[in-house]
Design a protein around this ligand. Structure first.
Ligand SMILES: C[S@@+](CC[C@H](N)C(=O)[O-])C[C@H]1O[C@@H](n2cnc3c(N)ncnc32)[C@H](O)[C@@H]1O
Length: 239
Protein backbone atom coordinates (compact mmCIF):
# COMPACT_ATOMS: atom_id res chain seq x y z
CA UNK A 1 0.00 0.00 0.00
CA UNK A 2 1.27 3.50 -0.93
CA UNK A 3 2.49 4.98 2.39
CA UNK A 4 1.33 8.46 1.36
CA UNK A 5 -2.27 7.25 1.74
CA UNK A 6 -1.61 7.03 5.48
CA UNK A 7 0.62 10.08 5.89
CA UNK A 8 -0.89 12.68 3.53
CA UNK A 9 -4.15 13.96 5.11
CA UNK A 10 -5.77 14.80 1.77
CA UNK A 11 -5.09 11.33 0.35
CA UNK A 12 -6.07 9.58 3.56
CA UNK A 13 -9.40 11.48 3.77
CA UNK A 14 -10.28 10.46 0.22
CA UNK A 15 -9.10 6.84 0.61
CA UNK A 16 -10.89 6.22 3.93
CA UNK A 17 -14.25 7.52 2.69
CA UNK A 18 -14.09 5.47 -0.51
CA UNK A 19 -12.90 2.33 1.27
CA UNK A 20 -15.69 2.34 3.88
CA UNK A 21 -18.30 3.07 1.20
CA UNK A 22 -16.95 0.01 -0.62
CA UNK A 23 -16.95 -2.44 2.32
CA UNK A 24 -20.13 -1.14 4.03
CA UNK A 25 -22.18 -4.20 3.01
CA UNK A 26 -19.80 -6.71 4.64
CA UNK A 27 -18.51 -4.52 7.49
CA UNK A 28 -20.73 -5.85 10.30
CA UNK A 29 -20.26 -9.50 9.35
CA UNK A 30 -16.47 -9.19 9.13
CA UNK A 31 -16.31 -7.18 12.31
CA UNK A 32 -18.00 -9.86 14.38
CA UNK A 33 -16.30 -12.72 12.51
CA UNK A 34 -12.75 -11.42 12.73
CA UNK A 35 -13.07 -10.45 16.38
CA UNK A 36 -15.00 -13.64 17.29
CA UNK A 37 -17.74 -11.41 18.71
CA UNK A 38 -15.51 -9.71 21.32
CA UNK A 39 -16.18 -6.34 19.67
CA UNK A 40 -19.73 -6.45 21.10
CA UNK A 41 -18.35 -6.74 24.65
CA UNK A 42 -15.80 -3.97 24.01
CA UNK A 43 -18.54 -1.57 22.86
CA UNK A 44 -20.63 -2.35 25.95
CA UNK A 45 -17.60 -1.62 28.15
CA UNK A 46 -17.00 1.66 26.32
CA UNK A 47 -20.53 2.84 27.13
CA UNK A 48 -20.15 1.61 30.75
CA UNK A 49 -17.10 3.86 31.07
CA UNK A 50 -18.82 6.83 29.40
CA UNK A 51 -21.58 6.60 32.06
CA UNK A 52 -24.25 8.44 30.01
CA UNK A 53 -27.09 9.91 32.04
CA UNK A 54 -30.80 10.27 31.20
CA UNK A 55 -31.32 13.54 29.35
CA UNK A 56 -27.84 13.46 27.79
CA UNK A 57 -27.23 14.21 24.12
CA UNK A 58 -24.41 11.92 22.97
CA UNK A 59 -22.49 12.16 19.70
CA UNK A 60 -21.21 8.85 18.32
CA UNK A 61 -18.49 9.94 15.92
CA UNK A 62 -17.36 7.73 13.04
CA UNK A 63 -20.54 5.85 13.85
CA UNK A 64 -20.37 3.63 10.74
CA UNK A 65 -23.37 1.30 10.91
CA UNK A 66 -24.19 2.62 14.38
CA UNK A 67 -23.36 -0.24 16.79
CA UNK A 68 -21.76 1.94 19.49
CA UNK A 69 -24.51 4.55 19.16
CA UNK A 70 -27.23 1.87 19.49
CA UNK A 71 -25.50 0.53 22.60
CA UNK A 72 -25.59 4.03 24.18
CA UNK A 73 -29.23 4.62 23.20
CA UNK A 74 -30.14 1.25 24.74
CA UNK A 75 -29.06 2.40 28.20
CA UNK A 76 -31.99 4.80 28.75
CA UNK A 77 -34.88 6.08 26.59
CA UNK A 78 -34.01 9.59 27.83
CA UNK A 79 -30.60 9.53 26.09
CA UNK A 80 -30.56 11.10 22.61
CA UNK A 81 -27.82 9.85 20.27
CA UNK A 82 -26.56 11.42 17.05
CA UNK A 83 -24.33 9.25 14.86
CA UNK A 84 -22.06 11.06 12.39
CA UNK A 85 -19.80 9.57 9.73
CA UNK A 86 -18.11 10.56 6.46
CA UNK A 87 -19.17 7.39 4.67
CA UNK A 88 -22.72 7.58 3.33
CA UNK A 89 -22.47 3.85 2.47
CA UNK A 90 -21.89 2.94 6.12
CA UNK A 91 -24.65 5.31 7.28
CA UNK A 92 -27.14 3.72 4.85
CA UNK A 93 -26.54 0.32 6.41
CA UNK A 94 -26.99 1.88 9.85
CA UNK A 95 -30.35 3.36 8.82
CA UNK A 96 -31.44 -0.08 7.52
CA UNK A 97 -30.42 -1.70 10.83
CA UNK A 98 -32.39 0.86 12.80
CA UNK A 99 -35.66 -0.39 11.31
CA UNK A 100 -37.20 -2.88 13.70
CA UNK A 101 -35.00 -1.83 16.64
CA UNK A 102 -36.37 -0.08 19.70
CA UNK A 103 -33.34 2.26 19.90
CA UNK A 104 -33.35 5.41 17.83
CA UNK A 105 -30.29 7.11 16.35
CA UNK A 106 -30.11 10.35 14.33
CA UNK A 107 -27.72 9.42 11.50
CA UNK A 108 -25.93 12.32 9.88
CA UNK A 109 -23.19 12.72 7.26
CA UNK A 110 -20.40 14.72 8.85
CA UNK A 111 -16.63 14.94 9.17
CA UNK A 112 -15.18 14.71 12.69
CA UNK A 113 -12.54 17.22 11.69
CA UNK A 114 -15.12 19.85 10.73
CA UNK A 115 -18.27 19.18 12.74
CA UNK A 116 -21.54 20.87 11.75
CA UNK A 117 -22.54 21.62 15.36
CA UNK A 118 -22.34 24.74 17.56
CA UNK A 119 -19.99 24.87 20.56
CA UNK A 120 -20.98 22.86 23.67
CA UNK A 121 -23.79 20.91 21.92
CA UNK A 122 -23.09 17.49 23.50
CA UNK A 123 -22.83 16.01 26.99
CA UNK A 124 -20.83 13.02 25.79
CA UNK A 125 -18.94 11.76 22.74
CA UNK A 126 -18.01 8.19 21.78
CA UNK A 127 -15.73 6.93 18.99
CA UNK A 128 -15.40 3.23 18.20
CA UNK A 129 -12.49 2.18 15.97
CA UNK A 130 -12.79 5.53 14.22
CA UNK A 131 -10.07 7.86 15.52
CA UNK A 132 -7.23 5.98 13.80
CA UNK A 133 -8.95 6.69 10.48
CA UNK A 134 -9.07 10.46 10.92
CA UNK A 135 -6.84 12.26 8.43
CA UNK A 136 -5.68 14.66 11.17
CA UNK A 137 -6.26 13.24 14.64
CA UNK A 138 -5.51 16.45 16.56
CA UNK A 139 -7.89 18.44 14.42
CA UNK A 140 -10.60 15.91 15.25
CA UNK A 141 -9.83 16.04 18.98
CA UNK A 142 -10.01 19.85 19.07
CA UNK A 143 -13.35 19.72 17.22
CA UNK A 144 -14.71 17.16 19.71
CA UNK A 145 -13.60 19.40 22.55
CA UNK A 146 -15.32 22.37 20.93
CA UNK A 147 -18.72 20.65 20.51
CA UNK A 148 -18.67 19.20 24.06
CA UNK A 149 -19.99 21.12 27.05
CA UNK A 150 -17.60 21.72 29.97
CA UNK A 151 -17.68 18.64 32.20
CA UNK A 152 -18.82 16.43 29.28
CA UNK A 153 -17.19 13.01 28.84
CA UNK A 154 -15.40 11.32 25.95
CA UNK A 155 -14.82 7.56 25.48
CA UNK A 156 -12.61 6.34 22.64
CA UNK A 157 -12.36 2.63 21.76
CA UNK A 158 -9.40 1.74 19.55
CA UNK A 159 -7.01 -1.11 18.79
CA UNK A 160 -3.74 -1.09 20.70
CA UNK A 161 -0.63 -3.26 20.71
CA UNK A 162 -0.36 -5.89 23.46
CA UNK A 163 2.80 -5.72 25.58
CA UNK A 164 3.17 -9.45 26.43
CA UNK A 165 5.64 -10.91 23.86
CA UNK A 166 3.66 -14.10 23.11
CA UNK A 167 0.30 -12.32 22.69
CA UNK A 168 2.05 -9.59 20.69
CA UNK A 169 3.50 -12.20 18.31
CA UNK A 170 0.13 -13.88 17.74
CA UNK A 171 -1.55 -10.50 17.37
CA UNK A 172 0.86 -9.28 14.69
CA UNK A 173 0.62 -12.57 12.80
CA UNK A 174 -3.18 -12.42 12.88
CA UNK A 175 -3.39 -8.74 11.89
CA UNK A 176 -0.73 -8.90 9.17
CA UNK A 177 -1.43 -12.28 7.57
CA UNK A 178 -4.81 -13.83 8.46
CA UNK A 179 -7.02 -10.76 8.71
CA UNK A 180 -6.12 -9.29 5.25
CA UNK A 181 -6.69 -12.72 3.69
CA UNK A 182 -10.16 -13.31 5.19
CA UNK A 183 -11.03 -9.63 4.72
CA UNK A 184 -10.13 -9.77 1.04
CA UNK A 185 -12.16 -12.94 0.46
CA UNK A 186 -15.32 -11.64 2.10
CA UNK A 187 -15.23 -7.91 1.28
CA UNK A 188 -13.54 -8.37 -2.13
CA UNK A 189 -11.45 -5.28 -1.35
CA UNK A 190 -7.74 -6.24 -1.38
CA UNK A 191 -6.66 -2.96 0.27
CA UNK A 192 -9.15 -2.55 3.12
CA UNK A 193 -7.73 -5.06 5.58
CA UNK A 194 -4.10 -4.32 4.70
CA UNK A 195 -4.97 -0.73 5.53
CA UNK A 196 -6.41 -1.94 8.85
CA UNK A 197 -3.06 -3.46 9.87
CA UNK A 198 -1.05 -0.44 8.72
CA UNK A 199 -3.34 2.10 10.36
CA UNK A 200 -3.18 0.21 13.68
CA UNK A 201 0.63 0.17 13.48
CA UNK A 202 0.77 3.94 12.85
CA UNK A 203 -1.78 4.98 15.48
CA UNK A 204 -0.14 6.90 18.37
CA UNK A 205 -1.58 4.64 21.08
CA UNK A 206 -1.14 4.53 24.86
CA UNK A 207 0.67 7.34 26.66
CA UNK A 208 1.17 9.22 23.41
CA UNK A 209 -2.54 9.28 22.63
CA UNK A 210 -3.29 10.33 26.24
CA UNK A 211 -0.93 13.26 25.67
CA UNK A 212 -2.86 14.23 22.50
CA UNK A 213 -6.10 14.21 24.54
CA UNK A 214 -4.60 16.47 27.21
CA UNK A 215 -3.27 18.89 24.61
CA UNK A 216 -6.75 19.10 23.05
CA UNK A 217 -8.15 20.33 26.39
CA UNK A 218 -9.29 17.14 28.14
CA UNK A 219 -8.59 16.22 31.77
CA UNK A 220 -8.71 13.06 33.88
CA UNK A 221 -7.35 11.08 30.93
CA UNK A 222 -7.28 7.33 31.53
CA UNK A 223 -6.55 4.23 29.44
CA UNK A 224 -8.15 0.84 30.14
CA UNK A 225 -6.65 -2.15 28.31
CA UNK A 226 -9.02 -4.83 26.96
CA UNK A 227 -8.34 -8.50 26.16
CA UNK A 228 -4.55 -8.55 26.85
CA UNK A 229 -4.20 -5.02 25.41
CA UNK A 230 -5.53 -5.87 21.93
CA UNK A 231 -7.80 -2.86 22.29
CA UNK A 232 -8.03 0.06 24.71
CA UNK A 233 -10.65 2.49 25.91
CA UNK A 234 -9.49 6.03 26.58
CA UNK A 235 -11.74 8.15 28.78
CA UNK A 236 -11.51 11.81 29.73
CA UNK A 237 -13.65 14.87 30.37
CA UNK A 238 -13.65 18.43 29.13
CA UNK A 239 -12.09 20.99 31.48
C1 LIG B 1 -13.91 0.92 11.53
S1 LIG B 1 -15.31 1.89 11.24
C2 LIG B 1 -16.05 1.96 12.86
C3 LIG B 1 -17.55 2.02 12.83
C4 LIG B 1 -18.24 1.94 14.19
N1 LIG B 1 -17.91 3.06 15.04
C5 LIG B 1 -17.95 0.65 14.91
O1 LIG B 1 -17.70 0.68 16.12
O2 LIG B 1 -18.02 -0.41 14.29
C6 LIG B 1 -14.58 3.46 11.08
C7 LIG B 1 -15.54 4.54 10.61
O3 LIG B 1 -14.90 5.82 10.72
C8 LIG B 1 -15.42 6.64 9.71
N2 LIG B 1 -14.56 7.83 9.60
C9 LIG B 1 -13.27 7.88 9.23
N3 LIG B 1 -12.81 9.14 9.26
C10 LIG B 1 -13.85 9.91 9.70
C11 LIG B 1 -14.00 11.31 9.96
N4 LIG B 1 -13.00 12.17 9.77
N5 LIG B 1 -15.20 11.75 10.39
C12 LIG B 1 -16.24 10.89 10.57
N6 LIG B 1 -16.16 9.58 10.34
C13 LIG B 1 -14.98 9.08 9.91
C14 LIG B 1 -15.45 5.71 8.51
O4 LIG B 1 -16.24 6.19 7.46
C15 LIG B 1 -15.97 4.42 9.14
O5 LIG B 1 -17.36 4.31 9.05
Amino acid sequence: MDERVLTDPRRKRQFVRGMFDGIAGTYDLLNHLLSAGIDVIWRKRTVDLLRPEPGWHVLDLATGTGDLGFETAKRDPGIVVTGADVSVGMLRHGVDKERGRPECLDFLAGDAEQLPFPDASFDGVTIGFGIRNFAEIDRGLFEINRVMRPGGRLAVLEFSKPSTPLIRGIYFLYFKRILPLVGKLVSRDPKAYTYLYESVMLFPEGETFCQHLSEAGFESVEQVGLSFGIASIYTCSKL
